[in-house]
Design a protein around this ligand. Structure first.
Ligand SMILES: *[C@@H]1O[C@H](CO)[C@@H](O)[C@H](O)[C@H]1NC(C)=O
Length: 310
């Protein structure tokens, strides 16, 4: 009897939590606090500006996306470089006809890493749906290669990208609806891996897809909060204009920002490119911010992080 009522009570508590359709509470990064260097000015496999980046937090690997050398803007051809945490290249892959690379995810499966990227580039070069495939050094995949699993989490969406919250194991999808623009949906990563997108923990319209005309440059999620990045290179904007913000994913409302970030302010060119979450072996969770630097034909990767939470 005792164990029966205990189970019943647990069931009630569990269903109350689920019926609130809430993303459980979590710490939040204080975006007003400083950023620290991971590395600066590291070459990637190809020479173009970096786009998004992702950590396989279990195998402690870092991957950075960029447009493949010589590829047209709308081809969706990407290079993925694997780097160690000092910024040294360890491997690469080419993905043809995938997308733009604003964000992607890296998921451990044993000692292998599976990447979650956009795929099936539309005429603007953005991926129509999501792909999951094993990172294999030196391999080139096209969007029709075998070994790619494709997912379309939101049937009506014409574009999908994603990022992984590696601490809470969630797949966070940014999707485009033709009549209402960019939205965010949050899924349990284990369910998404099985193709189950039936019960998002949150689903809302992205606030500020552009802020004051600046380009949208990346997103990442940690627990209850989504982080957004905007801005342009010094070539496009003569002043430092990169901004970050956080969003409560249960309400879809801004919590902090947009605030100017001066991370890597002395870099040349300095285009903000990508956000990602990583938890160190010692247990510190970091919000990483990426920037492209350097000259055309020899762009470099730069990663910084914030670690103060409230
Ligand atoms: C590859 O992407 C193109 C462009 O989106 C699409 O037309 C084509 O059907 C895709 N190929 C496969 C095998 O999915």
């Amino acid at each position: 009897m005792v164990s029966f009522s205990f189970t019943g009570l647990m069931g009630l508590v569990a269903s109350a939590v689920v019926s609130a359709a809430a993303v459980p509470s979590s710490p939040r990064f204080d975006l007003s606090k400083p950023s620290y260097d991971l590395f600066r000015s590291k070459p990637l496999h190809d020479d173009t500006v970096q786009q998004g980046f992702a950590f396989d937090n279990v195998n402690r690997r870092l991957f950075v996306a960029q447009r493949k050398n010589g590829a047209d803007d709308t081809s969706g051809d990407l290079a993925i470089t694997q780097l160690d945490f000092s910024g040294k290249e360890l491997g690469h892959m080419y993905l043809k006809g995938f997308g733009h690379g604003v964000a992607f995810g890296a998921q451990a499966d044993g000692s292998a890493t599976y990447l979650w990227t956009e795929v099936d580039a539309n005429t603007k070069g953005y991926g129509k749906q999501l792909a999951r495939f094993k990172f294999t050094n030196g391999k080139t995949l096209t969007n029709s290669s075998s070994g790619i699993k494709k997912f379309k989490p939101v049937a009506a969406a014409t574009e999908h990208t994603c990022t992984i919250d590696p601490v809470y194991n969630r797949l966070v999808v940014r999707y485009h609806l033709p009549d209402s623009g960019k939205h965010i949906a949050v899924y349990d990563l284990a369910k998404a891996t099985k193709g189950d997108f039936s019960s998002p923990l949150a689903n809302f319209k992205q606030p500020l897809p552009k802020t004051k005309g600046k380009n949208f440059q990346g997103y990442a999620a940690y627990g209850k909060y989504l982080y957004l990045l905007w801005g342009d290179s010094y070539d496009v904007s003569s002043t430092l204009n990169s901004e970050v913000a956080s969003v409560d994913m249960n309400t879809g409302k801004l919590v902090q920002g947009p605030l100017i970030t001066k991370a890597g302010s002395t870099l040349s060119f300095r285009e903000p490119e990508g956000l990602a979450i990583y938890k160190t072996a010692a247990g510190q969770v970091r919000l990483f911010l990426g920037f492209a630097s350097g000259k055309s034909g020899d762009r470099r990767s730069n990663l910084f992080y914030k670690n103060a939470t409230v």
